[in-house]
Structure formats: C-alpha cells, structure tokens
Ligand binder design. Structure first.
Ligand code: MN
Length: 608
C-alpha cells in the first residue's frame, strides 16, 4: 500500500464547470487565477477536452487551441491534462486514423502533458490509435475504463480490462466513474486488487452526484490509489467532483495528506465563489445529492435530459415507464456503460419504446448504427432478435469501426482553402465543420457570447392584456433569456423576427405557426395559423409519433414502397428517427419538405 502523499488532479477548469455549468466557463475567468492554481502543487490541472472544445466553438466563440496555449503560458510547473474520447476525440463520431493522429500530435505540441483516453463502451480497439499517437508524440497516456454496474460487471471483469490496458502501453490507469456509481467499499476492493495485480499508477475519477464522492475518494486513498480528482470547494459537489479542501482536512496529519497550503486554497475558493455567481442561471435548480442515480443507475445528466425530452413530447407522466424500460434496452444493447453518447442512444430508444407502445417499432439512426457495430463491440452480446428486427437483412460489422473510414485531414484542408491558417484550424473544421464555419463568421463580425444573464427575479411583470415579450426559457437544463426585439417585412411569405438571446441579437426567419396580429387598441394577440397538412385518417397515412423536424425524405411521388421501408427521417429529442411505411403501395402525395416541423396527427406522406 502506498504511504506517500496522495496526488491530486484539479478539475475546476474542465469537468467541474462541464458538470455544473454546461461547460461554459470562459477563458477570462481562468486567466486571473491560473498562476495561483499552478502554485498549489497539483499532480495535474484538467483544462481541456471533453465538451470544452465543442463549447468553445459553439457557445463561447473562443478558439479552443488559443485557450490551451494561453493556459499553458500561465501554468509553468503543473502538468496539464485533457479528456479524449478515443476515436471520437472531442467530438461525437468516430474520426479516421489520420485525423486522430494529427489531433494528438497538435494537442501535445500546444501544451497538453497527460491525455486521459477512454471509449464509451470500453472497446479498447477504439483507443489503440490515440494511445499509439500519444506515445509517439511524447504525451503521457492515461487510459481509462468506464466504471458501471450490471450483471457482467464484476471486480474480475475490470481487472481483466485493466490488464489489457496495461498491455497497450498505458502509463497510468484511470477508473472513470462518470455517473458517481462507485461506492466506497467497492472502490476499496477494486483499487486494492488493481494495486496488487498491476504495477501502474491508478487514478480515480468520480462524481459527487449521489453524495458518495468524499467517502469513495477516502476509501480509495486507504486502498492505495495514487491520484484522485477533486475540484476547489466552491466549484465542487453535486454533479461535480468532491471538494478538495474537505479531502485535505480529512487526511490532515496522515501519511497520505497532500500537505497543501490551506490559505492558498482559501484564496482560490473565494475567487471561484464570485465566478460561480456569474454562471448561476446555467445551474440546475437542485444542486444537492441525488442518490436515485444509484437506484436507476442512470447518470444525472441523462435523467434531466429524459425529463426534458418527455416534457417536450407532453409525456412527462410516463417517466416511470421510461425508467423501467432503460434496463431492458441496456440489456438488449449488451450492457454498455451509460456515458456520452451511449446514454443518449439508450435513453432515447427507451423513450421511443414507451411512447410508440412497441419495442423497437421505431428506432433512431444511432440505435441502428449501434447494432451495425459502428460504435464498436458492445461489452456483452446484443439481443440477436432485436438486431434482426432492427437490421433485417442488412450486414453488421465486427472489425474496428475506424478501419472502414477513409482519411479526411487533407480533404478538409482543401475544403477550407485560405480560411485555414494552421493545422489546428483544419482539425477544428474536421471535428465540427458547420460550427467551425459559424465560429469563423462570428469572429469576423466580432460577435461575442454574453454569459451574464438577467436573474429570474429581475424579470419584469407583463402588463395585463399585452403578449409577453421577454422570457426565460429552460432547455435541456440551460436557461436562455429571450426578448422579442421586433419584426421585419415579409419576403416570399416569410417574415424575419428579431430576437435577443442572452442579449445577443439574432434574426430568425420563420413562417410562424402563430401569427402575431395587432388589435385596434394597440395590443397584440396570437392567432393560430391553419395547419397545411391533412389529419391522418387511413392506414396508409405516414405520421410522426412525436413532434419533430423533417431531416430527410427518402421517397418521391409515385414511388412504390413496401411496408417497413424507411420513407422519412424525423429529428426529435436530438436524435434522428426513421419512420417506416405502414403499408405496401404507391406514394400518392408528399405534404412535407426537408426542414419542416411536423406534429403527430398530421399526414406527412400518403401511401395508397
Ligand atoms: Mn467526469
């Protein structure tokens, strides 16, 4: 058992605000405190990767590479760490090997020392390339396995996985408990076995979602874990990491006390006490412990996502059925750990199973791809009957998914032309093409995201008789302040509306479902626009089981279709859903075009 002081990774600049504030911490809040953080004596500072790359481009309008270089220039002594989703890098799909290698090369070059690499379904083939590149370019490879619970997940299972990780050439092994499911006594047993059987440093990552993280961290330290993750107290707890100072106080005087300067930690805590206020509106309303996570074995983020999805579908009262469906779906899927993206895929599929009243009657593209093997090999065999129902005669793959992907880097470089000033720019484009172009455009125009939002109590009451023009909208756990600015002149039957979203002016061109009509007294009223689509009456009427947006129409008027053919893809609940022909016949009429919003009882396509 290790008798030396426990090493600490601080997550304040990455996971803490990713978990508490939807990854919105701006660089301007990191810069003033970075040098103080460097003086603490942390093993490492987690500053990059995970959702930060996406959030920087999409919301903060910051260049993620620039952000990394700025932090690197300020943090001179402490190692910088990042989270990398294996072949998914910091995105949501598998990227080809040339992009993975280039990304890792540039990551190390721009200042990251330690790369924590994991795969959502623990298919180690999805880590091979990034681990190999990390070793090649001189980074420290910390390879993580996702901790989860379920019939196949015994201590022996994880020990076997850890041995295979060791054999890949990892420098450090990480237990990634992304949902906060690891209880103190299991942590003790798991870490004791890992320390006995594997001669590598062990790093524990957990979350305080269920309120167990302090206890789990302390038992892990007792068992001899080498490194643990904490966050400064004022950014800790709840869905974030356990509080650093609390751990220090517990260990005071013991041989594993990290012996940090508590006055310095106090100063840092005071700083973040103020910073946190700025992001208050992004925080969930309830920030205390949520032990239900253990019962449902569903990460906190996934739970709030489901609630929002169901609310959107007017089906919040069915949450219990969905929660009961999740374990069935997870079993059919071969017990994947529930973490991005598997948590969304399983959660949405369970919701569809409940709302449509029949398992896998309707499946998302992601579910289909999962059963095709495009995410890798599930931890346990999938339910073959379900696979047959979903894929029919379509083939599935058993090779490493990235083996089938052609190189993309040079192609992306050619597409960007003179817009690409560096390889880093090309990588940002490879990862998020549409968002990166929007980011460039916003940069040109000098548009910056405004995080400071009016608090809910500042909302002015609406004068009676007038339609409200100012709203706080809660969407997927985030709050947006929306103010109607005015409307422009109609062009081609479409009218532009000007809205302020978080004080930023946006122009929205819409065909409103509700027309805003001024009355004689200078007031306004909302008049519903008549639906342009007929109501479904016959068996051949193709409808969407839930409100959504038409992504793709797969048939033309006059096409012959068979029952079960995919005729249209509708995006609902952030997932693409295939809608099938209910009968054999000919496409008589198409009432939709791509991009249209559709409602459940409307006919999208008529088959006769
Ligand atoms: Mn985490």
């Amino acid at each position: 058992m290790s008798k030396s002081p426990v090493k600490i990774m601080d997550t304040t600049f990455r996971d803490a605000h990713q978990s508490l504030h939807a990854t919105r911490m701006k660089l301007e809040d990191i810069v003033p405190i970075a040098e103080k953080m460097d003086q603490v004596g942390f093993h490492s500072l987690e500053v990059w990767g995970g959702a930060t790359f996406d959030s920087c481009l999409r919301f903060l309008r910051e260049d993620p590479w620039e952000r990394l270089r700025t932090i690197r220039a300020l943090v001179k002594n402490t190692k910088l760490q990042m989270l990398l989703r294996g072949q998914n890098l910091v995105g949501y799909r598998h990227y080809p090997d040339d992009v993975v290698e280039k990304f890792v090369e540039k990551t190390v070059e721009n200042g990251i020392d330690i790369l924590r690499i994991f795969d959502a379904i623990n298919d180690l083939r999805n880590l091979e390339k990034s681990v190999e590149a990390t070793l090649k370019y001189g980074g420290i490879a910390e390879v993580a396995f996702c901790y989860t619970v379920g019939p196949i997940y015994t201590i022996d299972y994880f020990i076997e996985l850890a041995k295979r990780i060791r054999d890949m050439g990892a420098h450090i092994i990480c237990i990634k408990d992304m949902a906060g499911l690891l209880d103190p006594y299991t942590a003790y047993e798991l870490i004791k076995r890992l320390k006995e059987e594997i001669a590598l440093p062990i790093h524990l990552h957990t979350h305080d979602t269920a309120g167990m993280a302090v206890a789990t961290t302390i038992k892990a330290i007792e068992a001899g874990v080498d490194i643990v993750d904490t966050s400064i107290s004022t950014m800790a707890g709840g869905t974030s990491q356990p509080p650093l100072e609390t751990i220090c106080h517990i260990l005071k005087g013991s041989e594993r006390d990290p012996q940090f300067n508590m006055e310095l930690l106090d100063e840092i805590a005071d700083y973040f006490y103020e910073v946190r206020k700025k992001y208050k509106s992004l925080e969930s309303e309830y920030i205390g412990p949520d032990p239900k996570v253990i019962v449902y074995q569903v990460p906190g983020g996934m739970l709030s996502n489901l609630v929002n999805q169901l609310r959107e579908q007017n089906a919040l009262h069915r949450i219990k059925e969905v929660m009961e469906e999740i374990p069935h779906v997870r079993e059919d899927f071969g017990f994947p750990p529930l973490v991005t993206p598997s948590s969304q895929i399983v959660g949405t599929q369970a919701t569809l199973n409940v709302l449509t009243g029949e398992r896998y009657k309707m499946v998302t593209t992601e579910t289909k791809n999962y059963f095709k093997g495009l995410y890798g090999k599930p931890p346990a065999p999938v339910n073959e009957e379900v696979r047959k129902k979903i894929l029919g005669d379509e083939e599935f793959i058993t090779v490493r998914p990235a083996d089938l992907l052609p190189p993309e880097f040079e192609k992306a470089k050619a597409e960007l032309k003179e817009k690409a000033k560096s390889d880093e720019d090309v990588l940002s484009y490879c990862l998020f093409p549409k968002i990166y172009l929007e980011f460039l455009e916003a940069k040109e125009k000098g548009i910056k995201e405004e995080v400071s939002m009016p608090q809910k109590e500042e909302q002015k009451p609406t004068p009676t008789g007038l339609a409200p023009t100012e709203f706080m909208i809660n969407l997927y756990g985030e709050s947006y302040h929306v103010k109607v600015g005015g409307k422009g002149h109609k062009v081609d039957g479409k009218r532009p509306y000007f809205l302020y979203v978080n004080n930023q002016l946006v122009e929205v061109i819409v065909e409103p479902l509700q027309e805003i009509v001024p009355t004689e007294e200078g007031k306004v009223e909302l008049k519903p626009k008549e639906s342009i689509r007929p109501r479904a009456t016959e068996a051949g009427d193709v409808t969407s089981p839930m409100p959504g947006t038409v992504v793709k129409i797969k048939v033309k008027k006059g096409d012959k279709v068979s029952s079960g053919d995919t005729v249209v893809i509708v995006e609902a609940m952030k997932m693409e859903n295939e809608i099938h022909a209910p009968v054999d016949g000919l496409v008589e009429e198409i009432y939709i075009k791509e991009g249209d919003m559709v409602n459940p009882d409307e006919v999208m396509i008529r088959i006769r």
